[in-house]
Ligand binder design. Structure first.
Ligand code: THG
Length: 262
C-alpha cells in the first residue's frame, strides 16, 4: 500500500495558522512526523482558509522539500494552484486531482506529462457526485479515455471512487468497495486505485474505528493507495495486519514491529 499522509492540509488549525504566519517549523514537523510514522508521500493542501493559494502552495512545497525528498501530492481543485506547486517541486509529484470534466482533463493531463507527475482522477463531474457503482465506472472510463488519447501512462493514473461519509451516504459504501475491485479490471494495463480514507468518518463519532474497519475492506478489494492519517497507530497496525492476512507480507511473530520499521 502506498501511504499518503493527509495532515498537511489547511483544514487543520495548526496548518491554517502556519500559512497565516508563514511558520515553516509547524509544516516541517508535520512532514517529518508523518514520514516517521510510515508515510510514503505527503498530501499538500492549502485548504479553504488560505487567502492566496497561488502563493501558499509553492511555499508549502518549498518548506517541505527542505526536510524531505518524499513525493508530494499537490491537492487543489484549481489547476492554477497545482501548476504553481509543480513549478516549485523538485521531489516527485502526484497531481490531486482532476475530475472527469473535459476542461480539467485537457489542462491537467498535459501538465502531468510535462512534469512527469502521477495523476489522480476522481470520479466526479460538474453534474455532481455519482450515486452508484455504474455512475462511478462511467466517469472512470471518461478519465481513462482522455488519459489514453493524451498518451498518459495508465500505470501512473490513480482512480479515486470518491469516498462519502458513512453517516450521510451509508447506502453507497458497498458500491465504493465494488468500484475499487472493478477499476482494477477496467483496462489492460490497469490503473491504480486510491481513496481519501478519512472522508468515510467525517461528522461521525469513533472515527478511528470506522476508518480502520473501512480500510481493511478496501485493502481486501484491491486498493493500491490511500490518503490517511499515518499518526493513527491503530490504523497503521490494522493496515499491516490486513496486508499480512492477504499474503502481501510474510508472517513472523514480530510482524508488526518488522513491517512498521520498513
Ligand atoms: N480524494 C482525494 N484527495 C482528497 C480526498 C479524497 N484530499 C482531501 C481529503 N479527501 C483527504 N484528506 C482529509 C484530511 C482531513 C480530513 C479528511 C480528509 C478530516 N479532517 C477533520 C474533519 O474534517 O473533521 C479536520 C479536523 C480538524 O479540524 O482538526 O476529516 O477523498 N484524491
Amino acid at each position: 500500500m502506498f501511504i499518503i499522509g493527509e495532515l498537511i492540509n489547511g483544514m487543520y488549525t495548526n496548518i491554517a495558522l502556519a500559512l497565516k504566519d508563514h511558520d515553516k517549523k509547524i509544516v516541517q514537523t508535520c512532514a517529518l512526523e508523518q514520514i516517521a510514522s510510515g508515510a510514503d508521500a505527503l498530501d499538500v493542501c492549502c485548504g479553504p482558509a488560505s487567502q492566496n493559494p497561488l502563493i501558499d502552495m509553492p511555499w508549502l512545497v518549498e518548506v517541505i522539500q527542505e526536510v524531505t525528498d518524499k513525493p508530494l501530492c499537490l491537492d487543489s481543485s484549481k489547476p492554477k494552484v497545482i501548476a504553481e506547486g509543480l513549478k516549485a517541486a523538485k521531489n516527485k509529484t502526484i497531481i490531486n486531482s482532476t475530475t472527469a470534466d473535459a476542461e480539467k482533463l485537457e489542462i491537467l493531463i498535459p501538465l502531468a506529462k510535462k512534469y512527469k507527475s502521477k495523476l489522480i482522477g476522481i470520479t466526479i463531474s460538474a453534474a455532481g457526485i455519482p450515486q452508484n457503482k455504474d455512475q462511478r465506472l462511467e466517469l472512470a472510463a471518461i478519465i481513462l479515455t482522455h488519459a489514453t488519447d493524451g498518451e498518459f501512462p495508465i500505470t501512473d493514473l490513480y482512480l479515486d471512487p470518491i469516498v462519502m461519509p458513512v453517516n450521510v451516504a451509508q447506502g453507497q459504501i458497498k458500491d465504493i468497495l465494488l468500484t475499487i475491485a472493478e477499476l482494477k479490471i477496467i483496462s489492460e494495463p490497469s490503473p491504480k486505485t486510491i481513496i481519501g480514507l478519512s472522508n468515510i468518518s467525517q461528522g461521525a463519532k469513533v472515527r478511528s474505528l470506522i476508518n480502520r474497519t473501512f480500510l481493511t475492506m478496501a485493502v481486501a478489494s484491491g486498493l493500491d493507495s490511500a490518503i490517511l492519517d499515518p499518526k493513527d497507530k491503530e490504523l497503521m497496525d490494522t493496515l499491516i495486519t490486513a496486508e499480512l492476512i492477504l499474503n502481501k507480507n510474510i508472517y513472523c511473530d514480530s510482524y508488526l514491529e518488522a513491517y512498521r520499521k520498513k
